[in-house]
Design a protein around this ligand. Structure first.
Ligand SMILES: [Zn+2]
Length: 394
């Protein structure tokens, strides 16, 4: 008997037992050889894991782990461990503790047998400078918004007046096998981007400024190209990993984008400047062919602006970390720390812009469409999705 043939046979035995009404725990244990062929019924299904402090990589005791929609909770022990018994299914796992930013993991699948292993990271709400330095490479998946093909900057599709703000962003997983596209509600897209760009412990106004910048950049990329990539070619998008503070920043600025001369802008951003000024777009540090290759298209809303950096680590080319164009993230952090609003921050980095949109009480953020269709005789299928322009909100 080969290893691969064991499992199907045990399933068959189990099915026979169920048919005979003998599928009790004692019945299984009584069967000769059952111990090696059957999963231990008392083991059950659920989630087992550990909560760690992402700055120190030490276990966090006393963290509350909550699983929805089951509404089941557990508290991590001294080793940071937790264990939750749950029926097979798909869940959202939330973790919280005083002194940390709450975090969520969406779409966690408990298998039909056994436990899903899950490590939950918590970010300190008030990290020290040393902790911020340790956190940076663990949190930040992308340190600049990429400079696109110059013709994208002037695409007529960026003029929102004729179409309104898109409700969905098409994310193109071109490197999957086979490649596929997913339509993601705009606000969900921004919530899946933001934790990869900024610290969830940063001031609310800084997070809100980055939310508007990332929403604007995503909308511009989508309108100009018809899709965005889920990685650093556009913005890193992870639908499963959320933090409470970045979600709140997205909600607080829902539907808001930056425009200039009636078109949505490419809201470039980068990690840090030299502590004096951001760069004119035509003087961008492109990093092509080594450091420092320079140059990008003239962009009216990306002019060199004064900025003071606040960063815990040495900088890169010409003392810049990133291309130097648009919003300086560590500068935005510094401004948030001294009470600047997100509008102040955005207006300090982008020249001649308007912040438009925002639909208080609208259903923009919660719009979802789920369902299924059957393929026809030729294997084809067709799905109709609503396209709703939010002209009234702009
Ligand atoms: Zn700066």
């Amino acid at each position: 008997m080969t290893r691969t043939s064991r499992r199907p046979i045990s399933v068959t035995r189990r099915a026979l037992l169920r048919t005979a009404g003998l599928a009790s725990v004692s019945g299984l244990v009584m069967l000769p050889g059952a111990a090696t062929n059957y999963p231990n019924p008392s083991a059950g299904t659920g989630i087992v894991g550990r909560v760690i402090d992402l700055a120190t990589i030490q276990p966090v005791a006393g963290a509350l782990v909550q699983v929805d929609p089951a509404g089941v909770t557990s508290t991590s022990d001294q080793a940071g461990s937790f264990r939750l018994s749950l029926p097979p299914g798909t869940y959202t796992v939330r973790v919280s503790r005083d002194g940390y930013v709450g975090a969520s993991r969406l779409g966690q699948v408990v298998p039909a047998t056994g436990f899903l292993p899950l490590e939950l990271d918590l970010v300190p709400a008030r990290p020290t400078a040393t902790e911020q330095a340790a956190l940076y490479p663990r949190l930040i998946k992308q340190h600049q918004a990429p400079l696109p093909a110059p013709q994208s900057l002037t695409s007529p599709a960026l003029r929102l007046a004729s179409s309104g703000l898109p409700q969905y962003i098409v994310v193109y997983y071109d490197q999957a096998n086979p490649p596929y596209q997913v339509s993601v509600p705009l606000e969900d897209y921004v919530k899946g981007v933001l934790p990869n760009e900024v610290f969830p412990s940063w001031p609310a106004s800084t997070l809100q400024a980055q939310a508007v910048a990332s929403r604007t950049y995503g909308v511009a990329s989508f309108l100009a190209n018809g899709y965005v990539y889920p990685d650093t070619r556009s913005q890193v998008y992870d639908p499963s990993n959320r933090s409470a503070t970045t979600d709140a920043a997205v909600d607080a600025t829902a539907g808001q984008v930056m425009t200039a001369n009636g078109s949505v802008i490419y809201a470039f951003f980068f990690a840090q400047c030299n502590g004096v000024t951001t760069r004119n777009s035509e003087n961008a540090i492109t990093l092509i062919g080594g450091c420092p290759g320079q140059g990008f298209s003239y962009t009216s809303y990306c002019r060199a602006r004064p900025c003071a950096r606040n960063q815990p680590y040495p900088s890169g080319c010409l003392e810049y970390h990133g291309h130097g164009v648009g919003l300086c993230q560590w500068g935005a952090y510094g401004q948030g720390n001294v009470g600047a609003s997100y509008r102040d921050i955005l207006n300090s980095y982008y020249t001649g812009i308007s912040i438009t949109g925002g639909c208080a009480g609208s259903t923009l953020a919660s719009a979802t469409n789920e369902g299924s269709v059957a393929s026809n005789q030729t294997g084809s299928f067709h799905v109709y999705l609503p396209i709703v322009a939010n002209k009234g909100c702009l």
